[in-house]
Design a binder for this molecule. Sequence first.
Ligand code: G
Ligand code: G
Ligand code: MN
Ligand code: NA
Length: 251
Amino acid sequence: ASLEEALRDAIANGSFELHYQPVVNAADSNIAGFEALLRWNHPAKGWLSPDKFIPVAEEAGLILAIGSWVIRTACADLARWPEDVRCAVNVSPLQFSDPQLPSIITNALAAAQINPSRLELEITESVFLGDDAGTDAMFTALKRIGVRLALDDFGTGYSSLGYLKRAPFDKIKIDQSFVRGATQAGSRNGAIITSITSLAKSLGMDTTAEGVETLDELELVRNLGCSHVQGYIYSKAVPFDAALGYIIDGP
Ligand code: G
Ligand code: G
Ligand code: MN
Ligand code: NA
């Protein structure tokens, strides 16, 4: 069977799982929440990275069903964690332009009976390339529900400051390409991270430094003012039970 055919059956077969990567407070090293990252156990190929199958799902028109499953599953899992733990889910631009998205989210929050502010949607700036009126209306609808909004992969695309003005983000996720090499002499990355964090602070937004792998990188992004840290230095994405263990014992 082609990847697309196998993907068609994946939800029904129960072969998707959400794994959770800790997002840690820079100030006290406590867990603020997790980013849900989708994993697929392909019947023949075994575990596949979303880099391999999300583009196929988008082209085959399967991303809306998969995205709904991700939102429902993340909300159900959130209900089994303490109230002060948040969860972020990645939202494909195709989901973002689906008029059903607000009701999918509302229904998932209601079914799991969780506070909307515990769910964070990670959105890439490519959503701004589409229909302006539709984009603005979607941001308004999502904000009205009360979910948090994060601008993912910041710095890798156009990174227009106009996007920060237009959309009510609660958080900017600084792409790992800025963290990588930031500790090396002569790197410009630190100056860029400083600018992003001070801009975010003056707009009342949080910042997560992504892809932090070493103690030097951790110390640097803390000193440069990032409010949150995510990366292999703490953990890769792990199954639900292991994430629960991190909440109890620390990452
Ligand atoms: O999880 P990984 O570690 O391999 O993620 C690879 C890419 O897949 C990242 O860009 C990530 O944002 C994306 N991704 C992971 N899970 C999801 C998901 O549930 N939905 C969407 N749209 N993208 C995801
Ligand atoms: O595009 P997005 O930021 O959603 O994707 C997150 C991706 O980054 C996932 O593939 C995740 O597994 C990966 N990731 C998370 N932490 C680290 C890290 O410390 N180092 C590297 N190389 N990748 C990371
Ligand atoms: Mn993300
Ligand atoms: Na990112």
